[in-house]
Design a protein around this ligand. Structure first.
Ligand code: ADP
Ligand code: MG
Length: 305
């Protein structure tokens, strides 16, 4: 099957209302509002490295979009569209059909259009998605604004995906295969959160990026980490490693003043969020358990370690 038939059959759909030119020409065209800034990111999934080789094509399609929308959400932006660069070892139509079904399910859930891409042959299955989103000028939430005295919050639960990876077949594998980008919460945090990151490489490491970019430190309360009952049943040290070092959660970690937190809590969001710590002057990450300092060593995921 030729490249063009693959695109037509599996990836070309009726164009979205606010896409000026979609799939089919040399480039896509969007027409931004002058009041907005373009927010753009890209993420690659390599088979066997970013997902187990036997992950369903449907889940791979979903996840390749979801991880990118999570990065858009982590800026407070509204996702708009994606581009898809696909490297396939062979043309497996059953796989392609399921992959595109999963991809569009995620696109449709968040009202995102596929506006272009590239399709090539290569020995390794690799999927690169580029996501585009919009945000009002100057409203983006970076990693750099955390202030001493801010609460540190995280959405949903942490450690689910890592648990799922080590217990394939358990219900939490769903959280590994079908992460939910927190697009609604991300946008609600505009004008409220002082900094934000999405948790892809483990909470401790990703929070570390906020601390470094903001030039502050933090205390994390181990007894407040929002974890699943499956993790609570584990040895505590093991549960903390999943929660703090496990990757692939795609929850939002943000800092916010106590006053803005009250304001935020008055409204419903797509997902609950929990205060797990506070920003401190003294740099570094300090753990506390039951009110006492607790020495704990955690590692996040390192791609080139
Ligand atoms: P070019 O050779 O000019 O780079 P292509 O032949 O690669 O163009 O692609 C033709 C059209 O199909 C372009 O609009 C491109 O964005 C789109 N396209 C190619 N591959 C994909 C894909 N996997 N998903 C979505 N759109 C794609
Ligand atoms: Mg091309």
């Amino acid at each position: 099957m030729a490249e063009f038939s693959i695109i037509d059959r599996y990836f070309k759909r009726a164009s979205h209302q606010d896409v000026s030119l979609g799939i089919g020409d040399d480039s896509a065209i969007l027409t931004p509002l002058t009041s907005q800034q373009l927010v753009i990111c890209t993420d690659t999934l390599v088979a066997g490295r970013h997902f187990p080789l036997d992950t369903s094509a449907h889940a791979v399609g979903w996840k390749s979009v979801a991880v990118n929308l999570s990065d858009i959400a982590a800026m407070g932006a509204q996702p708009h569209s994606i581009l898809l660069a696909l490297s396939l070892p062979s043309v497996d139509e059953t796989w392609l059909a399921e992959f595109s079904r999963g991809l569009f399910e995620c696109c449709d859930q968040f009202n995102v259009a596929l506006i272009g891409g590239d399709t090539t042959q290569s020995s390794q299955l690799t999927i690169t998605v580029t996501a585009l989103g919009w945000i009002e000028q100057g409203q983006a939430i970076t990693r750099a604004g955390a202030q001493v005295g801010d609460y540190i919050c995280v959405s949903g639960q942490v450690g689910d995906a890592a648990y799922g990876l080590h217990h394939l077949g358990h219900a939490l594998q769903q959280r590994l295969d079908y992460p939910t980008p927190r697009c609604d919460l991300g946008q609600r945090l505009k004008g409220r959160a002082t900094s934000m990151i999405d948790v892809s490489d483990g909470l401790a490491q990703d929070l570390g990026h906020i601390l470094e970019a903001s030039g502050v430190g933090a205390t994390l309360f181990l007894d407040r980490l929002p974890i699943d009952s499956a993790l609570k049943a584990l040895d505590q040290q093991q549960a903390w490693q999943y929660a703090l070092a496990g990757g692939d959660d795609y929850e939002l970690c943000f800092t916010i003043s106590p006053q803005k937190f009250e304001e935020l809590s008055r409204h419903q969001s797509d997902v609950p969020f929990t205060i797990i710590g506070e920003i401190t002057q003294q740099t570094g990450l300090l753990f506390k358990y039951m009110g006492e300092v607790y020495p704990l060593h955690v590692h996040g995921y390192q791609h080139f370690a």
